[in-house]
Design a protein around this ligand. Sequence first.
Ligand code: NOJ
Length: 578
Amino acid sequence: MTVSAPSSLPVDRDWWRHAVVYQIYPRSFADSNGDGVGDINGIRSRLPYLASLGIDAIWVNPWYPSPMKDAGYDVSDYRAIEPVFGTMADAEALITEAHGLGIRVILDIVPNHTSDQHRWFQAALAAGPGSPERERFVFREGRGPNGDEPPNDWQSEFGGPAWTRVTEADGRPGQWYLRLFAPEQPDVNWNHPDIADEFTETLRFWFDRGVDGFRIDVAHGLIKDADLRDLDGMGFPLPDDTPEGVEHPHWDQPGVHDVFRTWREVADSYAEPKAFCGEIWVGRDHRLTAYLRPDELHTAFNFNFLMAPWLAGAMREVITSTLNAHISVGAPATWVLGNHDVCRPVSRYARPQELLQPGFPNLQAYLGLPVDLEAGRRRALAAALLSLALPGGAYIYQGEEVGLAEVEDIPLDARQDPIVAGTDGKDVGRDGCRVPLPWALEGTSAGFSPDGAAAPWLPQPADWGTHSVEAQDGDPSSSLELYRKALAIRAHHPALGDGEMTWVDPASGSGPSSLRQAQDRPSSGSVLAFTREPGFACWVNFGDEPLPLPEGATVLVASEELSGGLLPKDTAAWLQLP
Ligand code: NOJ
């Protein structure tokens, strides 16, 4: 089926170079049928809200049939809809209605692993060792005299060894299969032609239904070392000075690029402009932008920016290195503050920033550090203005626009993330950023569900409604209205979106004529300032002292009210220069 419904999508082949994409985590966005779990018709009911926010596209986390052992990232059928979320007709209606409002639709594809309930894995279990069915996955004999040790030393992202042993048809313990995530998420074997065909078909299936692009789960993980070499203590991401040729055995293997060259051909075979965004955790900029060469992916999430502390020097460094690396391959950068895997930015920035340690930025990384939520909220708003002013595209994770904080006190037994079980509760996991959204001040689940509905799938805090869309709608001092204002300016200002920027040194004088180029100089203290042509500047004050803005500049929008014309601490302002 090819969709030819009326569309209000802007004619823009390069939409992905500058799009503001709003991430929808369907379980937690809006519940239309009262079962306590968000669904596709819930998303449809909120499309006018998304249009009023001013975003260009939505990315919907996996909505496919799934036993939900990892919230839908365990897919049992890539070309159908999970009944909890709705029907194929609902999905098609959502795509058509979003397009009617000028909003593009990006789906989430999960090519590194399936669910253990996928027909291929079930067939592999039934067929036994040595069978062609097992070749689609990574089955091996165990080590040790009885084969009762895992085949190598790889570790699961969710804790413990990355291998699970099966019981064979004769009832005896048998082979092991690789699963870099939960036991119910067997890794597929990308050297098998069926795998490539299955995913190419899946891309076409959804592109033919009008979908505009895909976010690619674990894009850097598809290819494994041919010999399944041990890690022998090798960590990841590899350090910056790693010699070329030294490769991690299961992340960022060079062969992965061939997969995406094929996928790019599929995307480019459509008349409408389709785009990919890779979930690629590789640390080093040049390894990330290798995925963005002209015949590979269009964009990738910029996790280095997400992980940078709220310190002027660190921010400036990550922005500069991001842009330099992206320019070298001609790809646009993306600016990302949060998603469904990491601690919400309000709560991340609420911690003393000098104390943050490198590592995966979910809540566990921040527990134990003092919390100043007021500072966190100010910084998150300033970071939003900063990220929306930088060259390229931007992502907003649902709830960021109303300033939601991480919910840190969900009891361990109510948490559902497989990380909690995988680590025996040593890691609290990712549920705190997945709590169902507050839409209304009052009512069942703060408006997430209709009246009389079942309890939401994760508990909401008692005051959740005070952070709701209803509480902020129309209030010019609210986070929501700040986002709306910034997005409206961004949509029309010729300097914003894709393009270039120039650092300026605010210390060199206050007049706009004295905004001089400072591209290669070290960061000037606690301020970041840059210009974009024509006539735009963004200033961010990271320091305690209020800051005079350049003379003659008009403030387009600021993340806090200015006091006496000065830019307060932890505040960003967009300026129109004369
Ligand atoms: C990344 C996804 O964002 C995350 O939620 C999931 O658990 C893993 N990939 C495994 O699919």
